[in-house]
Design a protein around this ligand. Sequence first.
Ligand SMILES: [Zn+2]
Length: 434
Amino acid sequence: MIQSIRVQLLPNNKQRTKLFQFAGAARYAYNWALDKQMDNFREGRKIQTDSELRKAFTILRHSEENKWLLNVSNNVTKQAIKDLCIAYKNFFCKQKQPGYIKYSSKKVTHYTRIGKSLTVYDMNGHPKFRSKKNGDFRFYQDNVKIQFTGTHVKLESLAGSRRKNRQRLNWIRLAERNRIPVRAKYTNPRIAFDGERWWLSVGIQISRTLKPLRRLSFVCKKQQPARSEGIGIDLGIKDLAVLSDATKVGNINKTRAIRKLKKKRRRLQRQVSQKYQMNKKGDSYCKTSNLIKNEKQLLRINHRLANIRYNHVHQATTSIIKRKPSFVCLEDLNVRGMMKNRYLSEKIQEQNLYEFRRQIEYKAHWAKIPVVIADRWYSSSKTCVICGHVKKELNLLERTYICPVCGNIIDRDFQAALNLKRYGEAEQVKLANY
Ligand SMILES: [Zn+2]
């Protein structure tokens, strides 16, 4: 099993400069290869293979005007070209799929209006040029050469010199101690900048006896003896999750901290757009240092908001799995249907509902707890939990369910959770008999 870990890097100034240079080289190689392939594709030639491109790039690296590329590890540009080839392969695969539309209707109308013809580049799924403007700073490291200690990571040829006293520059400090196991099998190490900080993500091969699992069972032995019953989880907007054991996970977006941050963000957004208007010169904008500062602040707030929400979901899912339920039952969220409603789609994104489900699934998998996903058409909130009557119409605003048949009065979300638990139990029985 491969677990991927993301850790923040704490580079010093020299290292930071180097990181940007590496990312720049990766971007350059990617765009160079894309340009080549596009030429081939446009002219109807066969697209070049990975190794052909790499050979051509090596020649380019040694040319006089591209000397700067020699300061960057070969693996960085190599992988960038490989990534492009994969992107192209995916593009061709996508074209073969049924229902593939060559050009989106939005693009067609836009291009006819401005009187331009569509090119290969505009085709759906075609790889796009990476750009600095979009904040694209990322690169790859060789998974064998990368090294870790409890506190540092060694990146390849960051120092740009073999001299011993320069070697220290290769070691970048990590923000977390002992987060990444020292001698493990690493896969796909990637380094990326999010506009504020540098991050390293790496996959680690872990054995079946998992650490998190052991720690979990240790905690649970004290609290609960064996596996408790299954848990049905109703995900929603009012509360993040209502559980069938009558507990709730609140909506983090209603807390003071989040509300305050959102207010701050709104104010900043207004300031930024005002400054853009003020510095408008004809068709182009001029960025003042104050504007850049404000944009940075805005980015910070957005990261902070995302982190708080993410953390909330992590805590909730961990606490559910810690209870060691015999199974977990979730409903299948109707993605498309809900996303059409603009109000709902915003709330869903804020709540991280998909993230919740993803986390429950992998954490349950670690703890060997089965996950049941209820059928999309299973009406968990419309069914009476006592007599089984199904209400045809149920308004979103009706928070309590009143059964017209047996007179059962119950909180709508709690009832949904109970129904999901029952659904899960039935599925478990089916599986046992199978
Ligand atoms: Zn009823």
